[in-house]
Design a protein around this ligand. Structure first.
Ligand code: BTN
Length: 250
């Protein structure tokens, strides 16, 4: 059954109580030629995370996949994931959660001791030619109205932070913010600036496990299309395009 969000954003929303994975469903729709569809589920039985990991997705979450067909080259795709992370961070702030983004796109909440826990992860998948994306699926998994003990130990939820939220309103906020950042005439710089504003990683000491080896140093900036600039102890500037980032204790 479709939910009408009354968004200015032109998304059709398909809701499932229970589904293996909203990203898988969005990929199916992509193969059918659908565009601008949003798939939402209350519960996923085969949720997927980055790097072929499993994603715990019990009932009460906001498990979402956006199917988009942007007229942009595949090289620009990381920007969409950054924009989704910003959108989730903003919606979280709106309900009183001080959420920040760990590069590239984990949304975290820190406790009083500075311990960071994951509120949302995003799985982005795409297919395209050299100069044009054919389909893009951006899939944020937001731990919403879920007990923290139903989640991995390094995770938190909106329920654990501020109590249950209106998931429909929350998702509407996310979709609106995402649409504003990625609308046709949006500037790329806007997304990067918004990301910087919500970043947990900038100014921090990090260790990034990249395909080309480990890079350690201070994270100094984010750069088009979503790369992290790290100043190493040897005062070298390294630009990291992909990898697993760990915040180190000062
Ligand atoms: C990660 O941090 O590893 C990314 C997790 C992404 C999980 C979401 S939940 C909605 C969408 N459907 C999936 O199967 N995965 C993503």
């Amino acid at each position: 059954a479709a939910i009408e969000f009354g968004l200015d954003a032109p998304y059709d929303v398909e809701y499932h109580e229970r589904i293996p994975s909203t990203n898988d469903r969005a990929r199916e729709l992509a193969a059918d030629g659908t565009e601008n569809d949003v798939v939402v589920a209350d519960e996923q039985t085969g949720g997927r995370g980055r790097l072929a990991r499993e994603w715990t997705a019990p009932s009460g979450g906001i498990w979402v996949s956006l199917l988009l067909r942007p007229s942009r080259p595949p090289a620009d795709v990381p920007l969409y994931t950054l924009a989704a992370a910003v959108a989730v961070a903003r919606a979280s702030r709106d309900v009183g959660v001080d959420a920040r983004i760990k590069w590239p796109n984990d949304v975290l909440v820190a406790d009083e001791a500075g311990e960071e826990r994951k509120l949302c992860g995003i799985l982005t998948e795409m297919e395209g030619e050299a100069d044009r994306v054919s389909w893009l699926v951006v899939g944020p998994g937001i731990n919403a109205n879920i007990d923290a003990d139903a989640l991995p130990p390094d995770a938190t939820s909106l329920r654990a932070e501020v109590g249950d939220v209106d998931r429909r309103a929350f998702l509407q906020g996310v979709l609106e913010a995402f649409h504003r950042l990625t609308r046709r005439d949006a500037e790329v710089g806007e997304i990067l600036d918004a990301w910087r504003e919500h970043a947990a990683t900038l100014g921090r000491r990090v260790r990034v496990d990249t395909p080309g080896g480990v890079v350690e140093g201070e994270a100094v900036d984010v750069r088009f299309p979503g790369s992290l600039v790290v100043r190493t102890d040897g005062d070298d500037e390294r630009v990291v395009h992909a990898g697993d980032c760990e915040h180190l204790r000062p």
